[in-house]
Design a protein around this ligand. Structure first.
Ligand SMILES: Nc1ncnc2c1ncn2[C@@H]1O[C@H](COP(=O)(O)OP(=O)(O)OP(=O)(O)O)[C@@H](O)[C@H]1O
Ligand SMILES: [Mg+2]
Length: 244
């Protein structure tokens, strides 16, 4: 764990005083954090505290009410989602966002629109290397996949354009433990060896401990504590922040 010893450099993703919400209701409230290249940050918190709203604000599908989002020093607070994607921000939504009545291949091809890198045969080979099933069952309807297989597809789609920052919203939700483990080991490997930067909203403490360098606790729209993932092994700590 913890390959992050990059405290002196500028964060790749730099978020300052970010607030966002729906209508006049402020859901994300004055959130500040920096994420360095190759770092894996887990965001935890009870249901409804604003984790998904934070991710939506980071990818740009929800406008910020105030504060800033910087990517490699560049202010992208007002940038459109596709512009952020081209700058290397990819996203796996809560519930995976798979198109059930499209094939596995067609779902994967959706990832061609993400990112700036040209998508060629080698791009697909790379993803098929991570998840062989996406090649073996390329012509199958994605809706026939299990939850875990769909999550692999969603992750493959997000990684196709070789993003620099990957945002994942509860990737383990409804997925069998062996696939959670596989996905976790892949993410950890990409962070360490390819400097992929990851922000993962997650409730699965085993997954957090497997991949995260740092864990931030969100409550009522605010970041209220920072933990080392190993601290979550203490049941009292987990109980306090997650109610589990
Ligand atoms: N589109 C929307 N319009 C209005 N309110 C919303 C909308 N989406 C979410 N909310 C409200 O914003 C609050 C935070 O929701 P959000 O989905 O960000 O929470 P979360 O931490 O991701 O929860 P969960 O753990 O259940 O995924 C909740 O009170 C929710 O009801
Ligand atoms: Mg959510």
């Amino acid at each position: 764990m913890s390959g992050s010893t990059h405290t002196s450099t500028q964060p790749l993703l730099d978020v300052g005083g970010l607030s966002a919400g729906y209508g006049r209701v402020r859901i994300v409230d004055d959130v500040t954090f920096g994420l360095h290249e190759g770092e894996v940050l887990a965001v935890i918190g009870r249901n409804g505290v604003g984790k998904t709203t934070l991710i939506k604000t980071l990818i740009g599908t929800l406008p910020a009410l105030s504060g800033s989002v910087r990517l490699e020093g560049e202010d992208v607070t007002r940038a459109k989602p596709y512009q952020r994607a081209r700058s290397g921000v990819a996203y796996v939504p809560q519930g995976r966002g798979i198109f059930s009545s499209l094939t596995v291949r067609e779902n994967l091809q959706m990832g061609e629109r993400i990112g700036d890198a040209p998508i060629d045969a080698a791009s697909y080979q790379r993803i098929h290397g991570f998840f062989p099933i996406l090649e073996e069952r390329a012509g199958q309807m994605a809706g026939s996949f299990s939850g875990g297989q769909q999550q692999q597809l969603a992750l493959g789609r997000a990684l196709l354009g070789k993003p620099r920052v990957l945002l994942l919203d509860e990737p383990s939700e409804g997925i069998q433990p062996n696939i959670v483990q596989d996905i976790g080991m892949l993410l950890r490997r990409l962070a360490t060896s390819e400097r992929l930067t990851v922000l993962v909203v997650e409730q699965n403490l085993a997954l957090i401990r497997l991949i995260a360098d740092r864990c931030i606790v969100m409550d009522k729209g605010r970041f209220v504590a920072t933990l080392h993932p190993d601290e979550l092994a203490d049941g009292a700590v987990a109980q306090r922040y997650l109610g589990v």
